[in-house]
Design a protein around this ligand. Sequence first.
Ligand code: NAD
Length: 361
Amino acid sequence: MRVGVPKETAAGERRVALVPETVPRLGEGVEVVVEAGAGSSAGFTDDAYREAGATVGDPWTAEIVVKVAAPSAEETGRLHSGHALIAFLQPLTDHEGVQRLSAAGVDGFALESVPRITRAQPMDALSSQATVGGYKAALIAADRLPRFFPMLMTAAGTIPPAKVLVLGAGVAGLQAIATTRRLGAVVSGFDVRPAVREQVESLGATFLDLGIQGEETEGGYARELTPEQQVEQQAELQARIPQFDAVITTAAIPGRPAPKLISADAVRAMRPGSVIVDLAAETGGNCELTQPGAEIVESGVTIVGTTNLPSTMATHASQLLSRNMASLIGLFVKDGALALDWDDEIVSGACVTRKKEKETT
Ligand code: NAD
């Protein structure tokens, strides 16, 4: 049985779905076919794949194709009916892409749909990539701020530490809190899920009490706030945001546009030189003024809307993603052959398209 690893073609995507260290871990009878140059933007040469036991060739005929981004229409045309594809398929938003896969008879597995149960933690690519994004957002905030993060006591006097606010304390937000704390900033965090307060505090940050509490779904995600709560949240934040030097926003609701937390007026209330790093830029941004994919300065405030931060740390992001992939592939393969156990809640939960005749069995 073969696992195919195509070169990513989406603009700005530097990651690769499988790295050389994972090749020998896929078990007996599993061969890996890598497209030439697939790992080059992430720092993995074709020779490194060959040394790990892979071959360089056409990945699209493999029984399992692993990708980072969802395939384009042209790439979907190269997939084979009855074969499996694992990638970030954006099942809640990319309806056209999912339809294409369905029409092609491909068993499509979305990394976003892997159930977030304990047994699936090694396969949780949302978490591994959010960890990278949260870390990088903290570094960007430190880099763009024209101030020190840590307190400094120098011969020229004392410099107070920067004050950082992290909005949304899921996987990315908690990593941003941990990283900004390590850099010496005084950090506050906020999330609408009540359970998060303890996690924020355990990282040495203060929980910013806005007096707004949302609900948590069964899957552990936040429910969207009511329109009234959203207005209240914006107003509360506007009152408190001027005391912070940097704000990192990560708030998200699966399948929905990013909740707007920071209004244009709140940006104008910040001190010149302040920084907002909006990790939710890809889904529209948590700040009203964020321009997805761009970095702008508005009223002296730098607003970073760079998308796909994990791709900017392509080596480690790919390595983590590759380990997630290896765990999933381990579930899909029995005795060196593709054997999908539809009774397994991880297999059925992650599946977003399925070859038709299988549906009737
Ligand atoms: P996410 O990326 O969907 O959202 C990021 C955060 O934004 C969440 O914490 C959410 O509560 C918050 N948010 C939403 N609306 C907000 C608003 N208006 N204001 C402030 N914050 C807002 O979330 P995620 O990082 O993918 O994690 C979601 C949950 O899944 C967490 O509870 C996490 O612990 C859990 N999780 C469980 C497992 C597991 O058990 N295997 C693995 C990973 C994550």
